[in-house]
Write a protein that binds this ligand. Sequence first.
Ligand code: SF4
Ligand code: FES
Length: 249
Amino acid sequence: MNLKLKIWRQAGAKKDGKLVTYDVKDISPDMSFLEMLDVLNEGLTKKGDDPVAFDSDCREGICGTCGCMVNGVAHGPTPATTVCQLHMRHFNDGDTIVIEPWRARAFPVLKDLVVDRGAFDRIISAGGFVSVRTGSAPEANAIPVPKQASDRAMDAAACIGCGACVAACPNASATLFAAAKISHLGLLPQGQPERQRRALAMVGQMDKEGFGGCTNIGECTAACPKEISQDFIARMNRDYLVASADKRD
Ligand code: SF4
Ligand code: FES
């Protein structure tokens, strides 16, 4: 396949960026999207040009580092798929593909397609953990977990922190991410002691980071490669309201 790529190039956080057009030739339909970018970068490097900066790590849909906008869609055209798992067979010979970084004030562009998602780390640091005394590991069956609760917790824990929900949301809201992280702990018995504090702290941090509010548009779930359900947002809002009311009393 021969393709025309229009890629956002931006030398640094404080620099202006622009779309630059590149031609790539002889791309196999079996290549992943990132392998196609590797081919482009090999060519650029051989010519002495600056390769396109993009994030990736696992390249198997589990680390959440690789996201970018492909033709205006977070992670590209295939539902429930990260950009590293997107294959070139979903495009046609001669296509023009527009590739841009996540667009959100809370995710500043560092270079080309790489954005700073440190805001997510700070939301997790605010409360996305269960405090435990150190010492020997507790017996695995000491706290029975109902099957339904563990299944729901696993559904929420599937969030890989990629940021597609923020990029897809017209409000650049991080609500689906925060809801998944708050729920996966709040659904388990081990997460109950800190449930209220966690909801207040993580939602508070999300607001401080400059993410927009949730207006139930639903683009987040549509873009999410792990199909995290909006039900978790309702759950997070309940936790937050209960915690806020208790704090007032
Ligand atoms: S909720 Fe989905 S889209 Fe948002 S960070 Fe988690 S995995 Fe990515
Ligand atoms: S590189 Fe890890 S999810 Fe894409």
